[in-house]
Design a protein around this ligand. Structure first.
Ligand code: PHE
Length: 451
């Protein structure tokens, strides 16, 4: 165990940090959420807007979070308290903790589905089925109560168990090992998908922009997806930033993690959309998209039986390295600010999130008729956390670093007290002060009808 400044546990190596931060970013957001949001939002134009948001807003917000965390040396709330004593900035941390709870609740629902699909793959359940059978299989699974809840519980317990084993042994160890395999597998699946007859329509859907479908809700969806996928806006990376040692280059980490995250999302898109069109499925079918599309691809692949098992196992692991970063936001807060033991904090937080998660899981079954403002319980949690709380958190985070923190402090943190040459510092400050806050505010408030 290495001990960072102020005796905090920290990540041991640069590779470990990249893996942990990338492990947080890369998850269901890339492989489950990205494709279905692209499908809902009409394809190519969404992708371009999304990429623009990643570069212009995502990377600056990510960097800002790491700066706040490493300088504050505390959890998401405590770091603000420390850097802005006596001010209300800690409320950004409070918002982040609320968002973390909501996301953990529905994240565990979807991750639970992934575990069910590991078992289905092991049992060779897709063999000989056509796309209609595969869709029916998914519907009959998610509309039950017992199995989805059981898997959700299993996933939440796994998340809690890793968090209990501590920062380093837990997060770093698990994050390091398996992600390269997931990328390899996605590449193989993408190749199979684009060589299916009729695949061209899917590639056109993903890459040919049609700006006539863009409206304020598409912009908001792209903003929410960018924040969700990069794990930004709620303090997960403030928390991780506080575990990063002084000699690491925060600017590079932000760019590398964002790049990896984006490439994997696009790869997932290339694996999925050609198959959606080749099998005559509906790109806008919603949160079930990958579960109804991917089994069809495995069916058409030599060795598909093994690939499907490995894929769903790796997806579950990718989900775990993300869910631990979400739970860690809450646990770091409870241990540092409320002085609870790590064990008590983890058990309490995971239990509470599971409890909320029950309603979310059932909203795909017995509670599917319950709607609030036209959304299911899952929809409300996802929309509120991803599209409202994360962007609002991100907005306040860039304002904090751009306007509240002293420029010399920001420079000091980015250059590791003058050791690193930093390029584009003034451009970054300009983005943090003007471009990012204004852009986020316009998208957010426009879609809410405020402006
Ligand atoms: N970025 C993660 C994913 O893509 C989810 C996440 C959101 C993690 C917010 C932390 C904070 O799956």
């Amino acid at each position: 165990m290495s001990v960072g400044s102020e005796g905090r546990e920290g990540f041991t190596s640069r590779f470990g940090i990249i893996c942990a931060a990338a492990g947080s970013a890369i998850g269901l957001g890339n492989i489950w959420r990205f494709p279905y949001i692209v499908g809902d939002s009409g394809g190519g134009a969404f992708l371009l807007i999304y990429l623009g948001f990643i570069i212009l807003l995502g990377i600056p917000v990510m960097l800002s979070e790491l700066i706040i965390g490493r300088r504050g040396q505390r959890n998401a709330l405590g770091s603000f308290k420390r850097l802005a004593p006596g001010k209300s900035w800690y409320l950004v941390g409070v918002m982040g903790i609320v968002a973390a709870f909501m996301i953990l609740a529905f994240y565990s629902t979807i991750a639970g589905w992934t575990l069910e699909y590991v078992i289905k793959s092991l049992g060779n359940a897709f063999s000989g089925k056509d796309s209609g059978d595969i869709s029916a299989m998914f519907t009959s699974f998610h509309s039950q109560a017992f199995r989805p809840l059981l898997w959700q519980l299993v996933f939440m317990a796994m998340t809690a168990w890793i968090i209990l084993s501590g920062v380093q042994k837990g997060i770093e160890k698990y994050a390091k090992i398996l992600m390269p395999f997931l990328v390899l597998l996605l590449i193989i699946m993408a190749i199979r998908s684009i060589t299916l007859p009729g695949a061209g329509a899917g590639l056109r859907f993903l890459f040919q922009p049609d700006f006539s479908v863009v409206n304020s809700s598409v912009l908001l969806a792209a903003l929410g997806q960018a924040f969700f996928s990069l794990s930004i806006g709620m303090g997960a990376l403030i928390t991780y930033g506080s575990y990063i040692k002084k000699q690491n280059n925060l600017g590079n980490i932000s760019v590398e993690v964002s790049l990896a995250d984006t490439l994997i999302a696009i790869l997932a898109g290339v694996a999925i959309f050609p198959a959606v069109f080749a099998f005559g499925l509906d790109p806008s079918e919603g949160p079930g998209l990958i579960y109804t599309v991917l089994p069809n691809i495995f069916q058409q692949m030599p060795g598909g039986y093994f690939f499907s098992i490995i894929f769903f196992v790796l997806l579950a692991i990718a989900a775990l390295t993300s869910s631990i970063s979400i739970l860690e936001v809450v646990v770091a807060y409870m241990t540092e600010e409320l002085k609870m033991t790590r064990k008590k904090a983890t058990i309490m937080a995971a239990t509470a999130a599971f409890f909320v998660g029950i309603f979310c899981t059932l909203s795909f079954g017995v509670l599917s008729g319950t709607s609030i403002g036209g959304l299911t319980i899952f929809g409300v949690l996802d929309f509120t956390a991803s599209n409202l709380l994360l962007p609002l958190g991100g907005l306040l985070i860039v304002v904090f670093v751009g306007w509240y923190m002293k420029r010399t402090d920001v420079r000091d943190e980015m250059s590791n007290s003058g050791l690193l040459k930093i390029r584009l510092f003034n451009a970054l400050i300009f983005i943090l002060r003007f471009i990012a806050p204004v852009a986020i505010a316009i998208v957010l408030f426009d879609s809410l009808g405020i402006i």
